[in-house]
Design a protein around this ligand. Structure first.
Ligand code: SAM
Ligand code: SF4
Length: 338
């Protein structure tokens, strides 16, 4: 691709290719490891060790890495995540800086603050949001997230749609015996609001290592349950992690991210930057590249570009969940950036 139309048109773009020929174009930036919920599948109630603030990358440092990804490697999209990205102060300022790079800027959020902030994010240049919502039952929401905030998330979904942060997608982590009895209710909720619900298989990335294969509800099973009530047909698959189906009656789409039972590592185009500036080529990596050390040294843009390329060059073929050799990475999802 070319950089035509972007502020730095004319710069030579070298696609960021790993040892398996995968081209990387999507940067996930974690802006904080902190969160205002405590989802049981993600982090414990107590005991998280938050990063000291001076270890978290500044907006200027984040913008520099993002600019190099776009300018040198032709990245096309940036997603903000965390922890909970909206707890980072002055986030719209960062959104505006990243949107000025001429790429799509999106965000994954638990939605708690969207009712009051969605318009500010949209005005700053945010394109769209994915909102996490694992249950429609207030008592279960309290149990699952350890906070009584379901009404805020529901208001946030409506606010995101009203602010034009679409297509709005809802992320549902589906777990056996926890919320798998709400699959059809959640899908119906999405159909009624014109938002795509994406069911995500629970991955072994929880802080307290309580994941077990038996708790995973396969995407195939989820889609079959929905199709039994609302008939579906599959849509052609792109580089997106979600396999997407359309409702036969035309009332939108629903997706399944089957990271565990049907890994899509072969088409992965993502690179992740943690809140303290560690670059990771895979959610399940055991290696990472310390970009913060370079950012806070006299290193040049060329030095940073080489470090990013070397990190991606070493990307593994796949995550190997289920293999006897699989070892859960030391970082949990919230300390990577999902
Ligand atoms: N706090 C934001 C949120 O919850 O949307 C953004 C960060 S969160 C880590 C990103 C996404 O990862 C959310 O949709 C969340 O449900 C999902 N997630 C967290 N832990 C997970 C796990 N162990 N397996 C699968 N998905 C997980
Ligand atoms: Fe926070 Fe998101 Fe993890 Fe829930 S999934 S505890 S909202 S970071």
């Amino acid at each position: 691709m070319t950089a035509a139309g972007r502020p730095y048109a004319g710069t030579v773009v070298t696609p960021l290719v790993d040892g398996f020929g995968r081209v990387h174009r999507d940067l996930r930036i974690s802006v904080t490891d902190r969160c205002n919920l405590r989802c049981t599948y993600c982090m414990p109630e107590e005991g998280m060790q938050w990063l000291p603030r001076d270890q978290v990358l500044t907006f200027e440092e984040l913008e520099r890495v993002a600019r190099l990804a776009v300018e040198r490697f032709g990245f096309e999209s940036i997603r903000l995540t965390g922890g909970e990205p909206t707890v980072r102060a002055h986030l719209p300022v960062l959104v505006a800086k990243l949107a000025a790079l001429g790429v799509e800027v999106s965000m994954t959020t638990n939605g708690l603050t969207l009712a009051s902030q969605a318009q500010a994010y949209a005005d700053a240049g945010l394109s769209r949001v994915n909102i996490s919502l694992d249950t429609l039952r207030p008592d279960r929401f309290l149990e699952l997230t350890r906070r009584d905030r379901l009404a805020d998330v529901l208001a946030g979904v409506d606010a995101a749609v009203a602010a034009g942060l679409g297509p709005v997608k809802l992320n549902v982590v589906c777990m056996r015996g926890v919320n798998d009895d709400e699959i059809v209710d959640l899908a119906t909720f999405g159909r009624d609001r014109g938002v795509e619900v994406r069911f995500i298989e629970w991955m072994p990335l929880d802080e307290d290592h309580s994941w077990s294969p038996g708790a995973v509800v396969a995407g195939e099973e989820i889609i079959a349950a929905i199709a039994a009530v609302h008939p579906l047909h599959p849509l052609a698959r792109g580089s997106e992690p979600a396999a997407v189906w359309a409702y036969d009656d035309g009332l939108g789409t629903v997706g399944a991210i089957s990271s565990v039972t049907e890994p899509f590592c072969g088409s992965c185009d993502r690179v992740r930057l943690t809140a303290e500036g560690a670059l990771r080529s895979c959610l399940f990596s055991h290696d990472e590249t310390d970009l913060r050390a370079l950012l806070r040294s006299p290193a040049s843009d060329d030095d940073l570009t080489s470090a990013i390329a070397a990190c991606v060059a070493g990307k593994r073929a796949g995550h190997q969940i289920g293999a006897v050799t699989f070892v859960q990475p030391p970082r949990s999802m919230s300390r990577i950036g999902g």
